[in-house]
Design a protein around this ligand. Structure first.
Ligand SMILES: Cc1ncc(C[n+]2csc(CCOP(=O)(O)OP(=O)(O)O)c2C)c(N)n1
Ligand SMILES: [Mg+2]
Length: 535
């Protein structure tokens, strides 16, 4: 463990002291527990390492719930240490006391009520073993959050033993849980020779991506990779599958015989619909963590192997991949022609993808930003890393998670976020100045929740604006000033590109777009792509 988060309170005193005084941990302080949870999540996503976080008793612990749920769904290891009153102070009207037993329900991989103990050698050995067990549970086959509830009795400040006293020599863990050997598998054992296949790659924070483009190339399979997979690279990658598969003719004529899926199911609605309706294709999920993402129940084989150790099947007929590639190239041309140089949301997504330096990390919000990145991100071999809270798809906590990434990332970190999601986590920005973190924010201010403009509810005019689209009316320049960010408002695509080429930390780049024009523009893109196929 390298990082832990604290938040203020009294009951949690021993936990906060233990974390803040442990020289081997970076301790990050947060006022708002909800932000703290999402910040820890951002670190754990960026480092693929469990992060501990502690909070005081009562509603403080309940504020960690959204991040715990996201961690569960996205399979991110977190170790949640909630302080609690001891049993004699529960259910008798003592302050700040709620029922914290199994507070997060089935969202945690393991819950344990730690209890109260004298620091005898036996109990110290036990508590060290408990810590190792919590680590192992969070990093199990299906990683996720673990909850330890700590009933703590006064006095809460005591003469502490030194951090390393009584442990194993050299700071070794009390118990080492050896990793299960990663299994290799030969796809050729499951795919009949030179079948026409596709590889679909989705969100993966565990670093599986680098192997996928080479696998697709060797198999001669088009690679339909969400930018969240990190695998939209190499000569087999098809960038514009979302637009291409919206065309029923294309979708029908490009039905594969086999689908190999790695990582989460991508967001793209057209891709999901296509995969769900393929009928004859053999669909194989390579899923070492048994994430079991198959809403259409079409998968017939789950290979619990490490995707990095997959051996490709016999190569498919080269004409198959060529057809996909030329359709993708024509789609790219049609998109470019349709979008022109207007400062539109799709062009913001393209500018982010094209312009950011390779060492950057993009943290993208749910709603249209994550969809536009998937639709418009080109194939780029030195692309920046893209992270997102896509386990439970919440718009909450995005800025906090991006700041968590900023606490551990090497290169620049850029959050791409809509106005409603920004308003939702405005308080999370406090960490930037309190913890001295560098973040650049690209805020797409389209005056509310554009994503709902695509849905039937948009026609219910008496209710829609106030209750669903929910424009914030906020002056984001003042929000930037309050939290110590510089405010920029580029008026042209080139001005935006210039800001992205070397993202300046502590900058809020506000891009104003027209929500009412977004839907029509996306529709123009889709029909231009469909026309490009027959042109
Ligand atoms: C915590 C939470 N509450 C509500 C939602 C439902 N929701 C999805 S997108 C969205 C609005 C996002 O608006 P904005 O950030 O402006 O992005 P845009 O749709 O304009 O791109 C809402 C409320 C959610 N995903 N998570
Ligand atoms: Mg919006």
């Amino acid at each position: 463990m390298t990082d832990a988060c604290t938040s203020p309170g009294s009951r949690s005193t021993p936990l906060v002291l233990a974390i803040a005084r442990e020289p081997r941990l970076r301790a990050h302080s947060h006022i708002d527990e909800r932000s703290s949870g999402f910040f820890a999540l951002g670190i754990a996503k960026a480092t693929a390492r469990a992060v501990a976080l502690t909070c005081t008793s009562g509603t403080a612990a309940a504020n960690l719930a959204p991040a715990v749920i996201e961690a569960s769904e996205a399979r991110v290891p977190l170790i949640v240490l909630t302080a609690d009153r001891p049993p004699e102070l529960r259910e008798i009207g003592a302050g700040q006391t709620i029922d914290q037993i199994k507070l997060y329900g089935d969202a945690v991989r393991w819950f344990f009520e730690v209890g109260n103990h004298e620091a005898t050698p036996e109990r110290m050995a036990w508590i060290r073993a408990l810590a190792c067990r919590a680590w192992a549970a969070a990093n199990g086959e299906r990683p996720g959050p673990v909850h330890l509830n700590w009933p703590l009795r006064e006095p809460l400040v005591t003469a502490a033993a030194g951090p390393a006293s009584g442990g194993r020599s050299g700071g070794r863990p009390w118990v080492v849980v050896a990793a299960r050997a990663s299994e290799a598998a030969r796809l050729g054992d499951h795919v009949s020779g030179s079948a026409r296949g596709v590889i679909v790659a989705g969100r993966d924070d565990a670093g599986l991506a680098p192997a996928i483009p080479a696998l697709a190339q060797a198999a001669g399979y088009p690679l339909l990779a969400d930018p969240l997979s990190g695998a939209r690279r190499g000569s087999a990658a098809i960038a514009h599958y979302d637009a291409l598969l919206r065309d029923a003719g294309f979708a029908r004529e490009h039905a594969p015989e086999v689908v190999v899926r790695v990582g989460d199911l991508p967001t793209s609605k057209s891709l999901r619909a296509w995969l769900g309706a393929l009928g004859g294709a053999r669909q194989i999920l390579v899923d070492p963590q048994l994430g079991w993402q198959d809403p259409a129940s079409v998968v017939e084989l789950v290979i619990r192997a490490d995707p990095r150790l997959l051996e490709p099947p016999a190569a498919a007929d080269p004409g198959w991949l060529e057809r996909w590639r030329s359709a993708d190239a024509r789609a790219a041309g049609a998109i470019e022609e349709t979008l022109g140089e207007e400062l539109s949301e799709p062009n913001v997504a393209r500018a982010v993808a094209d312009t950011l330096p390779p060492a950057a990390t993009v943290f993208v919000a749910a709603s249209m930003p994550v969809r536009d990145l998937e639709s418009f991100w080109p194939v780029r071999d030195d692309a920046p890393r893209v992270l997102s809270n896509r386990g439970a798809n919440g718009i909450d906590g995005t800025l906090s998670s991006a700041l968590g990434v900023a606490a551990v990332a090497q290169g620049p970190v850029v959050a791409l976020i809509g106005d409603v999601a920004f308003a939702h986590d405005l308080g999370g920005l406090l960490a930037a100045s309190r913890l001295g973190l560098s973040l650049t924010i690209v805020l797409i201010n389209n005056g509310g929740a554009a994503v709902f403009d695509y849905l039937p509810i948009a026609g219910e005019h008496d209710v829609y604006e106030q209750h669903v689209a929910t424009p914030t009316g906020l002056d984001f320049e003042r929000a930037a000033a309050l939290y110590g960010f510089r405010h920029e408002r580029p008026q042209t695509l080139d001005a935006l590109r210039a800001l992205l080429a070397q993202p300046a930390p502590g900058t809020l780049i506000e891009v104003r777009t027209d929500r009412s024009a977004g839907l029509a523009l996306h529709e123009r893109v889709w029909s231009a792509v469909a026309r490009s196929r027959t042109a």
